[in-house]
Write a protein that binds this ligand. Structure first.
Ligand code: DUC
Ligand code: ZN
Ligand code: ZN
Ligand code: ZN
Length: 483
């Protein structure tokens, strides 16, 4: 059974051209004019693009005393409905838990996934077992390791642990990742705010100012440089962090920054909404920032100093959020966005002229496929690539509403926003999962995407490392004692 996508314009990270796409057994087998196949999808007036990749989700994650509400079933269904065809979730060992044990737990969550997925592994503590198991994790196709510099007393690792883990990543050809916020300062500010009676959700933003993110981003970059490892900074939300990334890249360091669609389009005034629920639903870390920070993030996407737009999809219901009534630090941190990332970025990026269509494809799919080393299986419209595609209708509009969403939660942080640019079809390895806005569920269709280590990038860094390695100086006049 072959499928043909006809009459559309292919848009990739570097090209825009008219051609048909032939799909056989989940793979793109031909691209060109006047192809024929068994079934036809009409793309008249549409763009045929690589399906989105969201490299930052937390599905069914145990966190802050509860579990995030979207699991791999509802989460991947939401993803597909918005044109995203692959998610990368974080396997999260609890402190003391083995990495392989946590990895098995995460694999066990994915049985009902509608689209393909991969994992990053979090390093939440350090010891010989972690050192040893990192190699096995890489051998099992997980080649990126995330470090939380915040969440003191829970997930946070200190500099010593981070340096050891980064060095291990360097040796394994793996990518180091960080949630960059200074967890010690956040804990201090949180305690002070609460002591002063600032218990509402608006205090959340004051407990995590841009400085804590800027400081941690700079520190992580320097530690990565000393360890000789490439670094991916998740949820870059402010100019201070962006500035550090920009400078590192300008210096030739392999550092990438990932703004979220939420930080690009929503700002800190949300926390001052008179309705407690409204504000609490938007509590995430890092928090929403001012317009000036938003402008910085958009500029980064335009200039290439920021590389990927993600969601950090970590959805909690209103009932779960209410755990923090009377104490903002107990509001589960996280927002949703999987379903809306692509339409929101198209509407606020492409339709406004900030991004070209090709840049849109780069930051929603191709760049991260390259960074995570699953290109061109993913993130490409090429013969031999997986047929993870979105047929994008630039004229289709909708007003975002929780009442019509796939996500399991009871609200949407983008409620009421009208988007223009939506999938006509979303295909996951050739299977039509969305047609004319209607999701055609395929539970269990999703497969794990194993990734290889990236020795080439790490070698490029280790050349630098060798230059600075100490060279013992052969001396003749050595004093008899060390005094
Ligand atoms: N930030 C969130 O808001 N939620 C999940 C984890 C994180 O770092
Ligand atoms: Zn040590
Ligand atoms: Zn984070
Ligand atoms: Zn996250």
């Amino acid at each position: 059974m072959t499928t043909i996508i006809r009459n559309g314009t292919i848009v990739t990270a570097d090209l825009t051209y008219r051609a048909d796409v032939l799909i056989d057994n989940g793979i793109i087998t031909a691209i060109g004019p006047n192809l024929t196949g068994d079934t036809t999808l009409d793309a008249t007036g549409c763009y045929i693009m690589p399906g989105g990749i969201d490299p930052h989700t937390h599905l069914e994650m145990p966190f802050m005393g509860t579990y995030s509400a979207d699991d791999f079933e509802s989460g991947t269904r939401a993803a597909l409905s918005g044109g995203t065809t692959m998610v990368v979730d974080f396997a999260l060992p609890s402190p003391g838990q083995g990495l392989l044990d946590a990895l098995q737990m995460w694999h066990n969550k994915t049985g009902r996934a509608h689209c393909d997925y991969s994992f990053h592994m979090a390093v939440t503590w350090w010891g010989e077992q972690v050192f040893d198991e990192m190699k096995s994790v890489v051998d099992q196709g997980i080649t990126s390791f995330k470090h939380f510099m915040a969440y003191k007393g829970a997930l946070m690792v200190n500099d010593d642990e981070m340096y050891h883990s980064f060095s291990r990543c360097a040796d394994l050809g793996a990518l180091a990742m960080v949630h960059a916020e200074n967890g010690d300062v956040v804990a201090e500010l949180t305690a002070r705010l609460l002591a002063e009676g600032n218990t509402g959700p608006e205090a959340h933003a004051y407990s995590r100012p841009p400085q804590v993110e800027g400081e941690a981003t700079n520190r992580a970059i320097m530690i990565a440089d000393m360890a000789g490892v490439p670094l991916y900074v998740v949820h870059t939300s402010c100019e201070e962090a962006h500035e550090a990334i920009r400078r590192a890249r300008q210096q030739g360091k392999r550092v990438w920054g990932e703004p979220l669609i939420q930080h690009l389009t929503l700002d800190e005034t949300e926390y001052f909404h008179p309705d407690w629920d409204h504000a609490a639903r938007r509590v995430m870390s890092p928090p929403f920032r001012s317009k000036a920070h938003q402008d910085s993030l958009w500029a980064g996407l335009q200039s290439g100093s920021l590389s990927v737009v993600a969601t950090d999809h970590c959805a909690f219901t209103t009932a779960q959020k209410r755990n923090g009534v009377g104490n903002f630090s107990k509001i589960p941190n996280g927002t949703g966005g999987l379903e809306d990332r692509m339409p929101m970025l198209w509407t606020y990026g492409v339709n406004t002229g900030r991004l070209t269509m090709n840049e849109f494809v780069a930051v929603t799919s191709t760049n991260i496929a390259k960074i995570l080393n699953c290109y061109p299986k993913k993130g490409a419209v090429l013969v031999g690539a997986d047929a993870d595609l979105v047929v994008w209708d630039p004229e289709k509009t909708k007003t975002i509403s929780a009442s019509a969403q796939q996500s399991a939660i009871d609200y949407n942080v983008f409620e009421g926003k009208t988007v223009k640019g939506l999938p006509r079809y979303t295909l996951t390895r050739g299977r039509v999962a969305v047609a004319d806005g209607v999701v055609q569920p395929g539970e269990g269709h999703g497969q794990f995407v194993a990734r290889e280590a990236r020795p080439a990038v790490n070698r490029a860094l280790s050349a630098w490392k060798e230059i600075t390695a100490p060279r013992a100086v052969a001396r003749t006049g050595v004093p008899a004692t060390g005094v």
